[in-house]
Ligand binder design. Sequence first.
Ligand SMILES: [Zn+2]
Length: 94
Amino acid sequence: MKILQAVFNFLYEIILGCSHQHLTRPFTLQKETYKVCLDCGKQIYYSAVTMRPLTVREVHRLNASRAGEVRVMPTPGTAAPTLVPARARKTNAA
Ligand SMILES: [Zn+2]
């Protein structure tokens, strides 16, 4: 039965995320605000502005903005595409 419980917990966490309720208070380290699950150690990103956990989409946006958006663009004269940092591209923002 322990194996079935472990498999159930594994699938539950994949589908619904962490189900643990023992979380730290939100804290900020290196400009990242998050709570930590005391049972499994997972970081749950938290908004210090709205005081609620971030959605998966918001976490993806946050990671993309921190990494610097990179787009693969073909360049004339070369066969292989090259990576162009976001700040090197022209923007449509006025
Ligand atoms: Zn957990």
